[in-house]
Design a protein around this ligand. Structure first.
Ligand code: NAP
Length: 300
């Protein structure tokens, strides 16, 4: 498995396993452990979480499974996020969906994540979304405290555009190490608005959420999805992929920004497909045929 070095002593597996849908899978602890071991044996060592996933339950479900084999912890990298607050029976004190990047919220959220994940450190903490009320000085203070206490090793962001990235970065004494973005052949926004170029400029490998457009590429019947599926099917035959999912991954992996796709499925065979896509190379013309098929028009 390829690895992507984010800092001198933190690298992520090129394929990351995302835990957003973990609660929906309804797996026993044993089945989750078996899924983790399946991935780790193949080199998928990085797990993507957020405090809010599964209405604040996913981290704990994962932590419970991990406690069956605690020795796995030091062989994996745990990424988690904070900064979104959602109304939930599990957080009855909040009635409004909002963002919170205050020092106290970040510190409290990390404490909860550590408890839920049954670990004493988080490898990488991301601010989940840009917060219009972010006071970067406070956010930086929270980061410094977490770094000094050893509770969080490194920091990054998610869904940040350039101005938001620059503002937070300017208050930090150390570099943000990733920007987790929605990146797929179906959703081109971050390719088109310069956000991917920001990552390249900063020398930061972006993590790609919903690399298969959240599964909609397989189901949607709109014109764009039908058109893109047809093109993916053609390229699949040309490059010898097993499915259009592998072509979607390969499209991201063949971009020079060192994109790190996050797999959202709990099925071992889907994880295997993502891993298999690492061996697929795509010619420039094939890459562009997928791009223009998604855009719905030719390039200039
Ligand atoms: P995704 O891989 O784009 O979508 C996963 C969905 O696609 C699942 O429902 C899966 O169904 C379906 N799928 C996969 N392969 C399929 C196939 N061959 N045929 C039919 N359906 C297929 O990823 P995602 O779950 O949307 O996101 C991945 C991760 O990104 C999340 O777990 C989370 O960690 C992260 N994320 C981050 C943010 C953020 O704001 N930072 C936002 C969203 C997600 P099955 O379960 O049946 O396989």
């Amino acid at each position: 498995m390829q690895r992507v070095k984010l800092t001198e002593d933190l690298s992520l597996s090129r394929i990351v396993h995302g835990m957003w849908r973990l609660a929906d899978w309804n797996f026993s602890n044993e089945k989750i452990l078996s899924l983790i071991e399946h991935g780790m044996e193949r080199g998928v060592t990085t797990y993507d979480h957020a405090d809010i996933y599964g209405s604040y339950t996913c981290e704990e479900i994962f932590g419970n499974a991990l406690s069956l084999k605690p020795s796995l912890r030091e062989k994996m990298e745990i990424v988690t996020k904070c900064g979104i607050v959602v109304p939930s029976d599990n957080r009855p004190s909040h009635i409004t969906h909002h963002y919170n990047t205050s020092k106290s919220h970040i510190l409290k959220s990390v404490e909860q994540s550590l408890m839920n994940l049954k670990t004493d450190y988080i490898d990488l903490l991301l601010i989940h979304r840009p917060d219009p009320l972010m006071d970067p000085m406070e956010t930086a203070e929270a980061f410094n405290q977490l770094k000094e206490s050893g509770k969080v090793r490194y920091f990054g962001v998610s869904n940040f555009k350039k101005a938001q990235w620059d503002m937070l970065q300017s208050y930090l004494e150390y570099p943000l190490v990733t920007n987790q973005l929605e990146l797929s052949a179906y959703n081109l926004e971050n390719f088109e608005d310069g956000t991917i170029n920001l990552c390249q400029e900063m020398g930061v490998a972006p993590m790609a959420w919903s690399p298969l457009a959240g599964g909609s590429i397989f189901e949607e019947s709109n014109e764009k999805a039908v058109r893109l599926r047809q093109t993916l099917q053609i390229v699949k035959e040309e490059i010898g992929a097993n499915g259009i999912d592998e072509v979607m991954y390969a499209w991201l992996l063949n971009h020079p920004a060192k994109i790190i796709p996050i797999v959202g499925s709990g099925k071992k065979e889907r994880l295997d497909s993502a891993i298999a896509s690492l061996n697929l190379s795509m010619q420039r013309e094939q890459w562009f045929s997928i791009l223009t098929s998604s855009m719905g028009h030719d390039i200039a």
